[in-house]
Write a protein that binds this ligand. Structure first.
Ligand code: FES
Length: 151
């Protein structure tokens, strides 16, 4: 199953090893992380040492070697959001999800990460869930937000 999905991605790039970053991006999108067994297949198919692929995977923040949740929550901790209580917002998510920032919930529904300014400072404090931007988030809104995405 994995082999077929990987082979489809490699075919897209005609097995071109110089497209390794784009290939890893597609794998990340398809699997929602970079599964180590898949990286081994890529290493073998493209003739790139696994150590080189792992160093790329750890260098770029967009890549994750651990499974991410179905819904990715990004809490902005940039200056404008920070002064409007973003720290309390991320702590509320941590409490409600039972995880720390950088982790994924046990049911794999949510992952939680802190980010720096996402460019909507006027809406501070800002949270992104998937592609959706939520502005002026308060602690009391968080349970409702989680419920909405979990359904
Ligand atoms: S500081 Fe949070 S959106 Fe700019």
């Amino acid at each position: 199953m994995n082999e077929q999905r990987v082979s489809e991605i490699l075919t897209r790039y005609q097995g071109d090893s110089s497209s390794i970053i784009a290939i890893l991006q597609d794998i990340q999108e398809d699997f929602s992380y970079l599964p180590p067994p898949v990286l081994k297949i890529i290493s073998h198919e493209l003739g790139i040492p696994l150590s080189r692929i792992l160093s790329l995977a750890t260098f770029y923040k967009a890549f994750s070697l651990k499974p991410k949740g179905k819904h990715r929550i990004h809490v902005c901790l940039g200056t404008a959001c920070h002064v409007r209580g973003a720290q309390r917002i991320i702590e509320k998510f941590e409490r409600d999800l039972g995880i720390k920032s950088g982790e994924t919930s046990a049911d794999r529904e949510f992952s939680l990460d802190a980010v720096r300014c996402i460019g909507c400072c006027g809406l501070a404090p800002v949270v992104m869930i998937g592609e959706d931007v939520h502005g002026k988030v308060t602690q009391t809104k968080i349970p409702g937000l989680l419920k909405k995405y979990k359904k």
